[in-house]
Design a protein around this ligand. Structure first.
Ligand SMILES: [Zn+2]
Length: 420
């Protein structure tokens, strides 16, 4: 069997029928439906010359042993958000499976390098609020000691939910063993944004994942009666916050791919008859360049102090969370660009706003790269998430080309003779 991208579409549809309903995909991590999806995957590899096991953090590993122990890893995640789409994560797993089938056939079960397909556990964090759970355990960046007591909306603890699936939380750190011989990691994913569709391009080369600065910003003014307080005597905390909400557009606008969002505003006392005495906001800033990210952070701080002063208020910042930008590997970016160009004619490079498992793999020091398939309407995490089937098929073909190039590179850089 040669590469058959249509089979990937058929696999995706089969999985959708098995684990979705009228509201979309329901493969929430550590639930029965998610386990069903994983069983389905096992049924797909049954007749392939591969070994399969789950690691200590619940990541699913399918291994096609090659002449070299050096491993080319391809992956994605079968878990979804509640009422999710049919492609987010599962495209990566099913396309990787198709590439593995191709390797198995082309080399009669023994390719020059070992080829592994990983289905990361709980990429979405949709149930316990902790994204990239399995891949961060693999990378050794996991915070499982603090994450274990997280609860879902029904009060079930993370550690109990994962134990029910056979993975005691205390063993999670052992997942780092899977890094042995890992030589490169490739991930095909839908873009989940509108950039490629706007450019009318089916595929894109992902430069890396953007760094994030996420801060709680609170403006303090003075609560006062809205009838008796003259306009020029007010200390209006919302007015200062509102100015900042507009200013961040200019701050982001100076840079090509930067984004800044104030996605949450709470006012106190929050009644129509009082000037706002306290306004709590949350700011999320992202860029692929650490210097740009640091500059945007500084500019937002300066602007907030200026607006606080103008409105006779004060302002306080506290960091909620941050992560540095992760750039993908230059050699793999080059191969990805070639593969996309050979498949789609044009290779556009773009950063990823959302985080992905590939970022955790890269943080572990393993060369990694991602490829995007155009998303229709830029919509994801919703049942209407979709991509054109011809674009999905091009994605599988381009991933296969990227995998072949990367396998050759692994052999060359490990000193083994180049395979014909
Ligand atoms: Zn995803």
């Amino acid at each position: 069997m040669s590469l058959d991208p249509k089979r990937t579409i058929a696999d995706l549809k089969e999985l959708r029928a098995l684990t979705g309903d009228d509201n979309g995909a329901q493969r929430l991590a550590w639930t029965d439906t998610w386990l069903k999806a994983r069983e389905w995957f096992q049924s797909k590899i049954k007749h392939l010359p591969v070994e399969h096991h789950y690691d200590a953090a619940g990541n699913s590993w399918t291994t096609l042993r090659g002449a070299s122990e050096k491993a080319l890893i391809l992956g994605g995640h079968l878990d979804s958000v509640p009422n999710g789409g049919w492609l987010d994560g599962s495209l990566g797993v099913t396309a990787s499976l198709e590439v593995l089938r191709h390797f198995a056939e082309e080399y009669a079960g023994r390719p020059p390098v070992t080829v592994r397909v990983v289905d990361w556990a709980d990429e979405e964090g949709a149930r316990f609020g902790r994204s990239l759970l399995g891949s961060s355990a693999f990378a050794g960046t996991s915070s499982i000691a603090s994450d274990r007591v997280r609860t879902d909306k029904d009060g079930i603890r993370l550690e109990d939910a994962v134990a029910r699936c056979g993975f005691p939380v205390d063993s999670f750190p052992e997942a780092t063993r899977e890094r042995n011989n890992a030589a490169a990691y490739l991930e095909l994913h839908i873009e989940q944004g509108p950039v490629l569709e706007r450019m009318e391009l089916p595929l894109g080369v992902v430069l890396g994942t953007k760094g994030v600065e996420r801060h709680a910003i609170t403006f303090f003014g003075q609560e006062a009666h809205s009838g008796s307080t003259p306009m020029d005597a007010r200390h209006d905390a919302l007015a200062a916050a509102a100015k900042l909400a507009l200013e961040i557009r200019a701050i982001a606008g100076k840079h090509k791919d930067a984004v800044c969002t104030i996605g949450s505003v709470k006012t106190f006392p929050g009644i129509v008859t009082a000037v706002v005495g306290r306004c709590e906001t949350a700011l999320d800033q992202r860029d692929l360049d650490a210097h740009i990210l640091a500059r945007m952070y500084r500019e937002a701080q300066e602007a907030s102090r200026r607006f606080a002063q103008e409105e006779k208020c004060t302002v306080e910042w506290s960091r909620i969370w941050s992560i540095e930008p992760i750039a993908f590997h230059p050699a793999l970016l080059g191969f990805c660009e070639e593969a996309v160009r050979e498949t789609a004619g044009v290779a556009h490079r773009l950063p990823s706003g959302p985080l992905h498992d590939a970022a955790e793999v890269a943080r572990a020091g393993i060369p990694a790269v991602m490829m995007f398939v155009q998303s229709l309407g830029g919509i994801s995490h919703n049942k209407i998430e979709d991509s054109k089937e011809e674009h999905l098929e091009m994605g599988v073909l381009a991933l296969d080309r990227l995998a072949a190039k990367t396998a050759r590179w692994i052999l060359e850089s490990s000193g083994s003779p180049r395979h014909p």
